[in-house]
Unconditional design. Sequence first.
Length: 262
Amino acid sequence: MVNSVVYKDTDLVLSVESVSKSFDGFKAINDLNFYLGEGELRTIIGPNGAGKSTFMDLITGRTRPDEGTVTFHQDDGHDLDLTKLREYQINRLGISRKFQTPSVYQDHSVYDNIVLSLNHGRGVWQSLLYKESAADKEAIEEVLETVRLQDLCNERAGLLSHGQKQWLEIGMLLAQKPRILLVDEPAAGMSDEETERTGELLLSLEGKHSIMVIEHDMEFIRQIARKVTVLHQGHVLKEGKFLEVANDPTVKEVYLGRQKHD
Ligand SMILES: Nc1ncnc2c1ncn2[C@@H]1O[C@H](COP(=O)(O)OP(=O)(O)OP(=O)(O)O)[C@@H](O)[C@H]1O
């Protein structure tokens, strides 16, 4: 097993301890320990097959671990073991996930997409017929401003660029005021300008939400990196600041060398 350096902060929102998960005898996640601080922006990197997606699946309840605990430290001071909960229950606790491909209501306006996500639980038509309160409107405006789509609020979502759709979906999740936001390769398929704006968006969320971003694009990671966790063979290989991680010989060997990014 590789030696790992895992930092444990006091103000935590999530503690993943001794978690393992095998698929047909293959350990995709192997005795993983990971701690996420309140309001932290964390980047997770690792070569293909390192276990990044499985790690997210274990947090969101999509997959159950064979061993270990995933503890969500709630606002009210009570801890909850997420491994005992179902996916929808975890989502209701304020743990949201953004998958790599954008998922928006193509035929509805940008504004209505946010309305639809605000009214989570109601059907599409019920949500659209529902009259937003002044507080809802304010929340929607705030989200649109955060994701910088105010000028496109009446535009049909299907007509947005790939990057704009990704921002809209992030906005839809933000409207639900998540405590933890898991974001899977947000910059994939984006232009350089869109990538930079995505980085600015994620940085602007720091302190307001706890965010975990899986990414491969090293330039983008450099832009958003605070603490970086390197996963390798389902275990934390290294954790630290971008340069500490990027200059680490073992990390270079297992990850950066193969990714042709330096
Ligand atoms: N449902 C499954 N059944 C069998 N094997 C799986 C399953 N899910 C993941 N694996 C295996 O577990 C390992 C880790 O996969 P995972 O997708 O978590 O890695 P990753 O770091 O997200 O990779 P990538 O960067 O390529 O997306 C891989 O070898 C994968 O084939």
